[in-house]
Design a binder for this molecule. Structure first.
Ligand code: SF4
Length: 359
């Protein structure tokens, strides 16, 4: 089935959700539905990325395959056509990923994933394509293997991640699949000289695009994290970084498949100059997000307390007093959030444009 045909009901639902969420946000009414559904399947990880604390965080009990399937169906009953992103940790540490993708596909639920790519060999790529995966973001932080391996903390992971991309692409072409393959890159001082090359490589490989996020704090960082980080740009490099961000904007205008918006790159310029300014005063995650942690707790933002558990009716959790309290906390959030893709909300026109252009 073609990409557009397959995701049209979801895209229509996104359009309705977008309008009702805007209204709900302004009026503090709770009648909208969430549009960004994320399952954090595991906190386990097989590598040791410098910018991420999840791999060293205390582990929690994980829901079973059957419990995740039950949640997928409950969400479908409540939301209608929807798309779920599965993330971690590294999700391929679990042995049920293909089964979950196949289950979602059989029930017309769009399913995408974020992975470091290191556990996707030829067989796994074939299984994912055949199971009906909708999209995958593979992390690539450097065009040079040394850069990526240094950031990701393990030697040889660049080769495995690029290998995963090639396997997925080959099988998607062979099966005439609508799988969207995107590169996800974190912008940092350490890799800024390679960002343009990553976009060019993505184009050369015929992938569906590249999405950037600025370097942010790890889950266990303190408030001065950026001063201690060897990945953060140095003061004397900020003008150069501005030029690189301008070049990315220019490349996007000339047709390069970069999924970020221009104003997001502009927001990154001021963020890299002063990351400690709270940027959450317009944060919409309270009306857009429905995040499930690996133990089944439900959050609007992982920095905010749980609003309920997967065993309760999901609609009731969304409309609960705990959810209302969390939404109030979000409106007053002082956390130093980066202008990454999680917090960033595109205009409706840009959302439609992104859907038409990429996935
Ligand atoms: S920490 Fe959460 S609530 Fe606060 S600005 Fe960031 S995404 Fe929004």
């Amino acid at each position: 089935m073609g990409r557009y045909k397959r995701s049209l009901p979801w895209a229509f639902n996104q359009f309705i959700n977008y309008i009702s969420q805007d209204f709900a946000y302004k009026s503090d009414a709770g009648f909208c539905k969430p549009s960004r559904i994320i399952f954090c399947l595991t906190l386990r990880c097989n590598i040791k990325c410098k910018q991420c604390g999840i791999w060293r965080s205390p582990k929690k009990k994980e829901l079973s395959t059957e419990e995740w399937k039950m949640i997928m169906l409950a969400l479908k009953n409540w939301l209608g056509p929807y798309r779920v992103q599965v993330a971690g940790g590294e999700i391929f540490i679990r042995d049920d990923i293909v089964e979950l993708v196949r289950f979602a596909q059989n029930d017309n639920i769009l399913i995408g994933m974020v992975s470091n790519g290191t556990m996707i060999d030829n067989e796994m790529a074939k299984s994912l394509v055949n199971a009906g995966l909708s999209y995958i973001d593979i992390s690539i932080d450097g065009i040079r293997p040394e850069t990526h391996d240094f950031i990701r903390g393990v030697k040889g992971v660049h080769e495995k991640a690029t290998g995963a991309i090639h396997h997925l692409k080959n099988h998607a072409e062979r099966e005439n699949s609508s799988l969207s393959i995107t590169v996800a890159t974190i912008i940092m001082g350490y890799n800024m000289d390679e960002l343009i090359d990553i976009v060019e490589w993505t184009e050369k490989e015929g992938l569906n695009g590249v999405i950037f996020n600025p370097l942010g704090p790890a889950c266990d960082s303190d408030s001065q994290w950026y001063e201690k980080s060897d990945l953060w740009p140095k003061k004397q490099d900020l003008e150069k970084l501005d030029g690189i961000l301008d070049k990315l904007i220019e490349m996007k205008k000339s047709g390069a498949k970069i999924l970020n918006t221009e104003d997001q790159f502009l927001a990154m310029k001021s963020y890299f100059r002063n990351p400690s300014i709270p940027r959450g005063n317009n944060c919409r995650v309270g009306v857009t997000n429905f995040l499930l942690s690996c133990d089944g707790e439900i959050h609007l933002c992982f920095h905010m307390p749980s609003i309920g558990n997967f065993r309760e009716p999901l609609r009731n959790v969304w409309n609960s007093e705990k959810a209302k309290t969390a939404r109030k906390m979000i409106k007053q959030c002082r956390y130093e959030c980066s202008p990454g893709n999680f917090i960033y909300r595109r205009s409706l026109i840009k959302e439609i444009q992104r859907y038409l252009e990429y996935r």
